[in-house]
Design a protein around this ligand. Structure first.
Ligand SMILES: *[C@@H]1O[C@H](CO)[C@@H](O)[C@H](O)[C@H]1NC(C)=O
Ligand SMILES: *[C@@H]1O[C@H](CO)[C@@H](O)[C@H](O)[C@H]1NC(C)=O
Ligand SMILES: *[C@@H]1O[C@H](CO)[C@@H](O)[C@H](O)[C@H]1NC(C)=O
Ligand SMILES: *[C@@H]1O[C@H](CO)[C@@H](O)[C@H](O)[C@H]1NC(C)=O
Ligand SMILES: *[C@@H]1O[C@H](CO)[C@@H](O)[C@H](O)[C@H]1NC(C)=O
Length: 170
């Protein structure tokens, strides 16, 4: 117990960016018990790397969402209603399909000007059907309370096979 506390204190002390939590009514989002509302930046980074691995790489949508996403999280994707269950039902088939893969390029944890903690995951989605692979440049943005995801936005751009810019997309 003491060594755990010490480790947590050391993590806080070594964190480059102080975590200034916004006052949220935590109970309104129904965060899963596997999340920690007052996690510091390093803890949030580690949790979001685990979330990204489970969700995008391992494609375990329900496992990742039931561990890290609030039951009542707010959805801004135009094709999916708010709430964890709606997201799992909608994303399950997409991620479950063997033709689709998701390659995480970068993951950023930071704070916006209102001191909300934001997680930005930049990734490449690939869909291989017949002999063609269609690639999409995706930015998923999440607002978190500690290690709990409570809100989501995304922006998608279809990749061209021969873009003008050799540094395009990533
Ligand atoms: C939310 O949880 C954090 C961490 O446990 C706590 O410090 C904060 O007071 C809680 N907010 C409310 C409104 O209960
Ligand atoms: C937080 O939200 C819940 C559910 O809406 C409500 O029952 C509770 O009274 C609220 N707590 C505070 C401190 O505002
Ligand atoms: C993959 O792309 C093909 C061709 O655009 C499309 O018909 C199919 O629905 C996509 N598959 C998935 C699982 O998104
Ligand atoms: C964000 O946190 C900083 C440091 O505590 C504080 O000075 C600032 O007023 C906060 N901004 C908002 C919008 O709450
Ligand atoms: C895939 O490419 C091979 C070799 O070019 C070709 O023989 C085959 O017909 C193609 N399959 C489809 C479904 O387009």
């Amino acid at each position: 117990m003491t060594s755990l506390l010490l480790a947590v204190l050391m993590l806080s002390a070594s964190s480059a960016m102080p975590y200034v939590p916004v006052k949220h009514n935590n109970s309104t989002f129904q965060c899963p018990p596997t999340t920690c509302p007052d996690a510091d930046t390093n803890h949030i980074k580690a949790a979001m790397q685990t979330f990204a691995h489970e969700f995008y790489t391992a494609k375990d949508v329900s496992g990742a969402f039931n561990t890290f996403v609030a039951e009542d999280y707010i959805q801004h994707n135009a094709g999916i209603l708010s709430g964890r269950e709606a997201a799992i039902n909608s994303l399950g088939p997409l991620f479950g399909s063997a033709v689709n893969t998701f390659d995480v390029k970068r993951l950023t944890v930071g704070q916006d000007t209102d001191n909300n903690t934001m997680v930005i995951i930049h990734l490449e989605a690939s869909n291989t059907s017949s002999n063609q692979t269609m690639k999409t440049d995706v930015v998923d943005m999440y607002r978190v309370v500690g290690t709990c995801i409570v809100e989501h936005w995304d922006v998608l751009q279809a990749e061209e096979s021969n873009p003008e810019n050799p540094l395009a997309y990533f």
